[in-house]
Ligand binder design. Structure first.
Ligand SMILES: Nc1nc2c(c(=O)[nH]1)N[C@@H](CNc1ccc(C(=O)N[C@@H](CCC(=O)O)C(=O)O)cc1)CN2
Ligand SMILES: O=CNCC(=O)N[C@@H]1O[C@H](COP(=O)(O)O)[C@@H](O)[C@H]1O
Length: 189
């Protein structure tokens, strides 16, 4: 059975959507959820979904605990789904092309340090962009620089608030992220 580790720092709606997708399609995947925040709502979602979940804090990352845990779990795929810490280079080296991230904009624009969550949508609206979207990419040492796997776009109307844009982007995430993960898992024998 394939093993997938999902990492999220906050709400975890993408993590839930991914678990739901594979369950609905009867594809047997063993999921583990890791968050860096003990009060992250993703922990509630994991409980409800009966998915094993644990908190590994930034400090524990720095102590190598996250690395040890990932080695124990030995996942086929590591999925950053709204994870807001810099993922350790040591793990990236050990799991080449097995770590992916979803970014709520069309990289390379609106990426890098400080560009996460609502900040991204605020910048897109402030810059009067006429379109935005999602980028699913491999995770490299620095934020949002890894090779792009998939992009999808949506239009931005003049009247759209950052919340309107966030909702449009979330719809793209829910539609595409599970399918991209399914395709990647199929390639891993
Ligand atoms: N290796 C590596 N790690 C990553 C990504 C990557 O592609 N490579 N992609 C990341 C998702 N993108 C971002 C981009 C910027 C920030 C960011 O700016 N974070 C704040 C901290 C936010 C918080 O702790 O709440 C900071 O100051 O570093 C977070 C995730 C997750 N971790
Ligand atoms: O990659 C760059 N930055 C990371 C980032 O901003 N990720 C975004 O956080 C949201 C998490 O939502 P959730 O799934 O927790 O409901 C989701 O929109 C991700 O694209």
């Amino acid at each position: 059975m394939k093993e997938v580790v999902l990492l999220a720092s906050g709400s975890g709606s993408n993590a839930e959507n991914i678990v739901d997708y594979f369950r609905k399609k009867n594809i047997s995947v063993q999921f583990h959820i890791i968050t860096n925040k003990k009060d992250a709502f993703v922990l509630e979602r994991a409980k409800r979904l009966n998915v094993p979940a644990e908190v590994i804090t930034k400090k524990q990352n720095d102590e190598g605990i996250l690395h040890e845990r990932i080695q124990e779990l030995n996942p086929d795929l590591i999925v950053l789904a709204g994870y807001l810490l810099l993922f350790p280079a040591s793990i990236i080296k050990e799991f080449p092309n097995k770590i992916i991230n979803i970014h709520p904009a069309l990289l390379p624009k609106y990426g890098g340090k400080g560009m996460y969550g609502g900040f991204v949508h605020e910048a897109v609206v402030a810059n009067k962009e006429t379109k935005t979207g999602i980028t699913i990419h491999y995770v490299s040492e620095h934020y949002d620089e890894g090779a792009t796997i998939f992009q999808a776009t949506t239009n931005v109307e003049e009247k759209d608030s950052p919340e309107d844009v966030a909702n449009k982007v979330h719809q793209l995430e829910y539609e595409h992220f599970p399918k991209v993960i399914e395709q990647l898992l199929e390639k891993i024998n």
